[in-house]
Ligand binder design. Structure first.
Ligand code: GLN
Length: 285
């Protein structure tokens, strides 16, 4: 293109877009259920493709005629925004970002978020997120960060000289509340964390480790569950590799918001199954 020539969109493309978008808009406005997703600090907490969880969740909901609306919960919003949220998602982040996030979240926002979780709002927190949703996180360098206390866990980074927990992972869900709703209790993912988390009495382990390190490389547990909030070390993105968890969350969210039990139409999940089988084969599971 020549310098200073304004870029114009060919007429054929604009026509084609408006022709295909109109019926789509009509469908969206008439959907019976709507889920508002509160995405915690998207710019600071989204490592290793964690944002794929949001895209996948929305797509999977829409395929079942459920509309989604994504709201960033970050420095730009007021604590009152939490009230609108039907599902919270928080991705991973590095130690320095966790500290920045907590500076904003602590106080009114944290109180409202905690209240929502107490009321049963479903949530998925990955890696760096559960660490700050716990009681405290001690980073590899610098001061201990006080967490929100949703999960009764303590997380400690043993120091920058100690190896990180990195690699592909397989686990088996042991939380009855979730496992009972799934046809396959195995979960797959990818972990990369320096911090080690230790569970207290007021939280349940999400899964047991089959391959990988899990919460701390010692006690054989992966992740944690409190009410309808799940924390895990599985990046990945986690939901596309574990579509049954995405569906579990969708049904639970509708149940909590609309007080209605729904059965989701099943999907083929061709690529999801391939991704899982690939890992199972590699690990001889
Ligand atoms: N800062 C945390 C750790 O290294 C979290 C890392 C992450 O979210 N991947 O343990």
């Amino acid at each position: 293109m020549e310098k200073n020539t304004p870029r114009t969109v060919p007429k054929s493309i604009t026509n084609c877009q408006s022709a295909s978008l109109e019926p789509y808009k009509f469908i969206i406005q008439n959907l019976k259920f709507k889920i508002t997703i509160g995405w915690l600090y998207p710019k600071l907490m989204s490592t290793y493709g964690d944002r794929g969880n949001i895209l996948y969740f929305s797509r999977r909901a829409l395929l079942r005629d459920i509309d989604t609306n994504i709201v960033a919960i970050d420095q730009s919003v007021d604590a009152e925004k939490m009230k609108e949220i039907d599902f919270f998602f928080g991705g991973g982040s590095q130690d320095i970002e966790q500290e920045i996030v907590m500076r904003d979240l602590m106080g009114k926002k944290a109180e409202k978020l905690k209240l929502k979780i107490e009321e049963g709002t479903p949530a998925l927190f990955v890696c760096g997120s559960p660490q700050i949703m716990g009681n405290s996180y001690e980073p590899g360098m610098g001061k201990k960060i006080k967490g929100i206390g949703i999960f009764d866990i303590e997380s400690v980074h043993p120091g920058l000289h100690v190896s990180r927990c990195i690699g592909n992972t397989v686990g088996e869900i042991i939380t009855q509340n979730i496992g009972a709703h799934l046809s396959d209790s195995l979960i797959v993912g990818f972990e990369n964390h320096g911090g080690r988390s230790y569970l207290g009495n007021r939280v349940k382990p999400f899964a047991k480790v089959i391959k990988g390190y899990g919460n701390n490389g010692n006690d054989g547990y992966e992740g944690m569950v409190y009410k309808n909030a799940i924390g895990c070390y599985y990046h990945g993105p986690f939901l596309p590799k574990n579509p049954e968890i995405a569906d579990f969350l969708i049904t639970r969210i509708i149940e909590v918001k609309y007080k209605q039990k729904i059965t989701l139409q099943s999907l083929e999940d061709v690529y999801e199954k391939k991704a899982r089988d690939f890992l199972f084969k590699r690990f001889k599971i």
